[in-house]
Write a protein that binds this ligand. Sequence first.
Ligand code: IFM
Length: 693
Amino acid sequence: MRRVLTKNGYDREDVIQDGNRFLLGNGHLGYRGTLEEHDKDDLTGFILAGVYDQHEDDWRENLSLPNPLHFRVYQDDEEISLRTKAPLSHEVQLDIEKALFHRHTEFEPFALSSMRLLSHDDDSLLLEEITLRANKGGTFRLEYGLDRDIADMHGPHFRETWVEIGANCILFHGKTNEGKTLHVRAYYEGIEGEYDGKTRFFSKTLTLKEGEETSLRIIAKVCEEDESTAFRNSGFEDLKSRSIQAFQKKLSAIAVEIDGDEELDFEMAYSIYHALILGDEKRVRSIAARGVSGQTYKGAIFWDTEIFLLPFYVLANPIIARNLLLYRINTLEGALTKAKSLGFEGAYYAWESQDSGLEACRADNVTDPVTGETVITYFGTKQIHISADIAYAFDRYIEATGDASILEEGGTRVLLEIARFFLNYARADEDGVYHIDDVIGPDEYHERIDDEAFTLGMARRVQQTILRRVDPEKLDEESRGLYQRIISAKWASPKEKEGIYEEFDGYFALEDVDVAMLKKRVKNPQDYWGGKNGIATKTTVIKQADVIALLALCPEDYDLQTVRKNYIYYFSRTEHGSSLSASMHSLLAVRLGRLEEAYDFLRASSGIDLRGANKLYAGGVYIGGTHPAANAGAYLGLIYGFLGFRQKQGKVTLDVHLPSHIRKVRFYFMNQGTRYEGLAYQDGHYEIKEAKQ
Ligand code: IFM
């Protein structure tokens, strides 16, 4: 079983994508897989989750911290690093079972190795050990310390900074534009350097004999506001082994082994790693669409979290799943404010949500790649399905875990306010049937459309959730009145022709082309296909699973015949321009017995960050980073798709349909506080038992 990602050789062109591929994270912090000699031009990033800042009137985004792992080697005043020299050999590794990053680079005069981790035991700690071995005797000048030149997308975010220098220690304090104070304390052990006021780094000149080694150990601690930067330094090795143990414990709850397909086995483990490094058990925070890989999408939380990551965490760690819902409870005020500011009642959650839940999405989210001009989009004001997706997540969490206490902790109010919003946004026709005008569905290429299928289906699902989960007896009078209005509402069904749902009113009348045909019209590979003048806007080509997403999320509501017709119809018209699309298709393809197609979709999802074949630009805007929804989606495609996993109030059943080359799948999951092991075989039989400790 392969559990290490290895890459040999160095290509400067790959540095940014490798920063994503070799990412470390622990829910609270992220450290991009860049190297010690890299700097902001290489998109080094020490990312802090859940803390945001706005510089002037630029996009408000999550924070990137100063980089404590800056390390460069000079000989005769010449820098010898991957920035300046071709190495004799170079290898980086990501150990996804231990959450460790390694590098080993050979230059003629010396070899440089490093090992780094973000602690899974104390999530405020970043550790690294760097070893320099002389290949030939010589004198080397080392420069190391805290690089305060930060690669912000929309910064700078620290309006005031000051450092305190101690023996082998740098303590950084930074005050953000919004007035938050953050601290990074970095200890440098093993080499006694001198702080060089000019370059802002420690510097040490040493002479090494051939074969002689020297090592630097760095322990950096991040603190928010008035948290103390002190910590119990039980020693580097102890801190390292605690982190490995803690990560292995997390992993043991969700690990998967696939017998008969080594590539998928590795990709699945890699996807699980990337989803698992994002959950925070200690804090009520949510997970950004690009996780902790940078500042793409402003570090904001989208529907990706509720639809893809929450079901993953229900099985990996229900406490984190619960935290994701508590975050939505805590940001209800933001959703009420957004609705009100647009003239509606109830809870309209932010399409791009940050700490307060206020809308972070802006009309200038996309630019033209050639002219740089803004392509106006209406995602922030019209993608109302976000609120229904959140209600869906509450329902799914309660169904799987049986934990209805979340309702009393504010969940009921969230559900009622979401339903209030939908009733208020919708329009009742002369028969009293509710329609929804002027929205955007998951297919973002078609904006401001009416009776969009996914949105209508999910609005109906809000109603079903309230019927199932809310006890009217426990409501006050006003809420009981609202409850009655919610449950008695009649929702329109999307229009259909011969069993195929029309994605929105007028969709069938658009120019009917498939994706292959449309691609021939692309002028610039970075062109944005939607917006006012996008090449897809006036055609039937859609960005991602939309009707298909609805059918995948609500399997019990749609029969096989309907699923088949819609799947086939939308198949050639879907661009999969979003990383969210493939896993939805995989789920339905299994249901239809199209196992090979399902497998290809699964691989598209599981390999997304390994292959890096995803879009890097939306128009002129960088959208790269890791893809947590696809990472979790790959896992869901395997477990809920191929294994037919169902969990209802603690009872688990499978309905196994594996591609013919997969002999067996072993998987672990949490259920009602207990860790279980499942085994599913090619012939369809399976076993579920309590896992051994
Ligand atoms: O939430 C998605 C959206 O559906 C498509 N654009 C990217 C967002 C973040 O992943």
